[in-house]
Design a protein around this ligand. Structure first.
Ligand SMILES: [Zn+2]
Length: 333
């Protein structure tokens, strides 16, 4: 997604780079506003949230959300800041060249990503789980799907090295496809395709979601799934409902003339999945693209058709769901 200046980033100095963190209180009735992290030297947001959730017997648990890494392996120190900090043949005159740790006009170099991960580990060495909410590739129209998959594997390796054994909940962002914003309705496709199952295999999501089990099977259809962690807090089950809301965003694979009522059947699935949750379960809904409007462009809704916004809100604000669901939705702004 595009990245205007952050709203409430909190700058904290680190040895290697400046990243931010916010602590958010996760309460029963709150609709969570995402906390954002600010990179002074780059327009790309690496978001690290630490959620403190009240659990049984007054226990406080921690989790991390990381998002919008937008890793660009072709970023070059000294590269042209008007050309994504890539190496160009012609010199741009007064361009000083991109700095080692990033440029406001470019995507994230490897050093920036690595320093942010190190800082994350320093602040939160022992999270219970990590929400990895999408957008791992650069805003670069020339990249291919194999590059997108390679970037996903890069992030998986980093997370696995820094947080071995910690569960990671992967979520698709609109920049996790090539071209960006291209998420077909594989469920209703006339010909079989491997668009989503490729994320499980080639894109390393299978490292987090056992390819043989239910969540991965659901994911392979259209990029959304539910994941339950039983006995997470005493006998309380923690349920993650992970949505592929990139289906509703500026989706180049969607028929934006007829606007099918329920792409991939995700609304039906969400309704049913929430209905099936027991009142005692703790439920998080996680997605990359939120409903509503982008505050810097309040004329265009985030979901490309108002019926999608209405359908989504109808489900999540339904009385029983509003009571039992904690919404945790990313707006990378
Ligand atoms: Zn993004």
């Amino acid at each position: 997604m595009p990245h205007p200046p952050t709203r409430h980033g909190l700058e904290i100095k680190d040895d290697l780079a400046e990243v931010g963190r916010s602590i958010i209180d996760l309460t029963t009735d709150s609709i969570l506003d995402n906390a954002t992290a600010k990179m002074k030297s780059t327009a790309i947001l690496i978001l690290t949230c630490i959620g403190l959730a009240p659990f049984a017997h007054g226990t406080v648990r921690k989790f991390i959300q990381i998002s919008d890494i937008h890793y660009d392996p072709t970023y070059v120190e000294g590269g042209n800041q008007q050309k994504m900090c890539h190496k160009t043949l012609e010199d741009d005159g007064d361009d000083d060249g991109a700095s080692k740790y990033g440029s406001y006009t470019c995507d994230s170099p490897k050093l920036l990503v690595e320093s942010a991960f190190l800082a994350m580990k320093k602040w939160v060495p022992d999270p219970d789980f990590i929400l990895w909410t999408g957008d791992n590739s650069a805003h670069d129209d020339s990249i291919a799907q194999k590059d997108v998959m390679s970037n996903l594997r890069f992030v998986t390796r980093k997370l696995d090295t820094i947080y071995p054994g910690i569960p990671v909940i992967p979520v698709l962002g609109n920049h996790d496809s090539a071209p960006a914003d291209y998420f077909p309705d594989s469920k209703n496709a006339s010909t079989k395709n491997t668009t989503y199952s490729d994320y499980i295999t080639d894109g390393s999501f299978g490292h987090w979601l056992d390819p043989e089990k239910g969540p991965a099977t659901e994911f392979k259809e259209c990029g959304f799934y539910a994941f339950k962690k039983p006995n997470y807090d005493g006998n309380v089950t923690q349920t993650f409902i992970v949505l592929n809301t990139a289906l509703y965003y500026n989706n180049g694979a969607l028929d934006r003339v007829s606007y099918p009522l329920d792409p991939c059947g995700q609304f039906d699935w969400l309704r049913q999945t929430l209905d099936d949750c027991k009142p005692s379960e703790r439920v998080f809904i996680v997605a990359h693209v939120p409903p509503g409007y982008f505050e810097h462009n309040a004329t265009e809704p985030m979901f490309s058709n108002e019926n999608y916004t209405r359908a989504y809100l109808d489900i999540v604000t339904q009385k029983d769901n509003a009571k039992k669901v904690r919404f945790y939705i990313l707006l990378s702004s």
